[in-house]
Design a protein around this ligand. Structure first.
Ligand SMILES: C[S@@+](CC[C@H](N)C(=O)[O-])C[C@H]1O[C@@H](n2cnc3c(N)ncnc32)[C@H](O)[C@@H]1O
Length: 246
């Protein structure tokens, strides 16, 4: 059986074709993009700081940061995902450095900040990755954009049934080409978290200090605005920015 890292890379290489059809993945809605710009600007040091975007994927955050004047390096293990990001950067005339590689061996930098969106959940050894990011940003800042996807109480289960019905009614395609293999998920300590607490603990384990957290109400709001009646409310999960110092 393939190594978990290879399975994860292969998943995202396949997902690259369809990832951006979800507006929240691509931050393609102009109102949501504006909310993300505000979140990035609040969380990162001032431009033109040097920023490493880990697991940059199709580049949603890297592109917005580059537009804001940051000097961005976009790192991802999937060539397919980064190819999409590269093509969008060329179309928008943005100068971003692209690096294909693993989150546990980031480029040396030095960076003023390391950021990620929705990547730590799919990292088998998150403390090891966080410690490697700290080494490439001495004296720098960590910024994680994350959400709470792992609540499985009765209300959430009822919402999931309703979401499924809505998606069939409005013929909304699935967010990804497939689901993660349960054997892969079992090796990911931060997958489907019911709270931000394990994430905070692992950030400290990775050697970062002074963790603070801020909910991204404006991003959640702009997502609700773009969804068909009711679906935005059903799908809405708490989104937050977590920051820490090296
Ligand atoms: C959910 S996507 C998020 C993409 C992007 N950050 C965004 O906000 O749209 C997860 C990304 O993490 C990347 N990834 C997963 N494991 C990785 C690793 N070990 N090293 C680097 N990138 C990784 C995947 O290839 C994928 O592009």
């Amino acid at each position: 059986m393939a190594d978990v890292h290879d399975q994860i890379r292969d998943f995202w290489d396949k997902d690259a074709e369809t990832y951006d059809r979800s507006p929240s993945h691509a931050a393609s809605d102009p109102v949501e993009a504006a909310a993300w710009r505000a979140a990035i600007r609040r969380a990162l040091p001032d431009p033109p700081a040097r920023v490493l975007d880990v697991g940059a994927g199709t580049g949603a955050m890297a592109l917005l940061a580059a537009e804001l004047g940051y000097r961005v390096t976009a790192l991802d293990v999937s060539e397919g995902m980064l190819a999409q990001a590269r093509s969008k950067a060329e179309k928008r005339g943005l100068d971003i450095e692209f690096v294909v590689g693993s989150s546990t061996s980031p480029p040396p930098g030095p960076f003023d900040a390391v950021m990620e969106r929705h990547v730590l959940w799919t990292t088998p050894k998150p403390a090891e990755a966080l410690s490697a990011w700290r080494a490439s940003a001495p004296g720098g800042r960590l910024v994680l954009f994350e959400g709470i996807w792992g609540r499985h109480d009765l209300v959430q289960r009822a919402k999931d049934v309703a979401i499924d019905a809505f998606q069939r009614l409005y013929r909304i395609p699935h967010d990804h080409h497939a689901d993660y293999d349960p054997d892969v998920l079992a090796q990911l300590p931060l997958a489907r978290l019911p709270s931000a607490e394990p994430l905070i603990r692992v950030v400290y384990d990775g050697g970062w200090q002074g963790v603070r957290i801020q909910r991204l109400y404006d991003v959640e709001w702009t997502r609700r605005l773009q969804s068909p009646l009711g679906l935005g409310w059903l799908e809405s999960i708490p989104q937050f920015a977590l920051a820490a110092d090296a």
